[in-house]
Design a binder for this molecule. Sequence first.
Ligand code: IMP
Length: 423
Amino acid sequence: MPATILVGTQWGDEGKGKATDLLADHMDYVVRYQGGNNAGHTVRAGGHTLKLHLIPSGILYEGITSVIADGVVVDPGVLLEEMDELATRGIDTSRLLVSSNAHLIMPYHLELDRVTERYLGKLQLGTTKRGIGPAYADKAARIGLRIQDLTDEKIFRQKLEVVLKEKNAILSRVYNRLPLDADEIVKDYMGYGERLAPHIADTSSVLYGALRQGKRVLLEGAQGTLLDLDHGTYPFVTSSNPVAGGALVGAGLGPKEVARVIGVTKAYVTRVGAGPFPTEETGAAGERMQERGQEFGTTTGRRRRCGWFDAVLVRYAARVNGLTELFLTKLDVLTGLDRMRICVAYRYEGRLYEDFPPHQTIVHKAEPVYEDLEGWTEDLEAVRGYGDLPPAARKYVERIADLGGVPVRHVSVGPHRDQTVET
Ligand code: IMP
């Protein structure tokens, strides 16, 4: 039974949680493969609404094993808080597995994320300030500490003391901050280690074995294609690889294991933080999307920038992820707009770009070329079959599939589980 990868095709917040929730019924394992607690999805359980940042939403289902794989950066304090929160709501977290190879977010990563952003001033990226960039930077510099180090105090302290010497020098001499205390960090992290020990596993091996036994595995991406470190709008990106290739590296599996790559795409576009956004709409239509779509960041509460659907992005996402289908979300938010716009290309210095431009300047300065379609006024929330969608809404969905070159298999028309139709 091959694995399925689920990725965001825009700048994150495409509604991947909704898609995961729907697919979870058919899964045995739900795996996070990159990012950290910069992500966030809202889940509804036992009459409560809760926000998860690290633990895959599969944790809500009894038959599913949730996995935090090698490619994730883990803030262990945050992970334990999430586990406690789930436990107080009666949700069993004993099936959660955390890769021993996953890197740790350390207190100096949080501190450095905050001060370096401040230092950048007007050029800041608008990170979530959760220490993600500094943790991945240390991983690449080979001075990171990993989950497995939590199980050996001697090794943990040895590695920490070397790194902390440098970090404290930077914090105090460059950024005028107080140095951090090694003993305090060791004490806190050994405490986390003790509690996490039963969950630490060789998750690549577990998943490989599960696939051999015909189990169903969903590899769930956080953030989105345009926030990818290599393929996104660099430097306004996150520090990991949300794209489908990143799923294989992050989970420790080979390409032959995957048959289906689902691109979750919102029926309009949003972005939090700084960076180019060619179809951004600052007028009334954008405000309407923001209000009706409740577009506020799950992690930081920031207002999301909104804009028209961008087919250049979805075509690009289809290419760099090898998408086999699209899952279109939040179509209901667009009800009531008199005309719908889809960006079909960018124009820059008289030239048309139907493919995502190869230079950042073009993306920053591009003027979107729009195709206008009819809007619809019907409320979509009660729609339960594709044929029940108003003709204008169907035309909009079909145009997205045409322009993206990938079939739309699901359309979501509201936040609830039953508000998703198959095409
Ligand atoms: P970082 O991931 O905290 O380093 O932030 C880098 C960029 O990615 C910023 O523009 C963030 O707003 C954005 N970002 C990170 N995580 C998410 C997410 O889950 N959804 C949307 N944007 C995100």
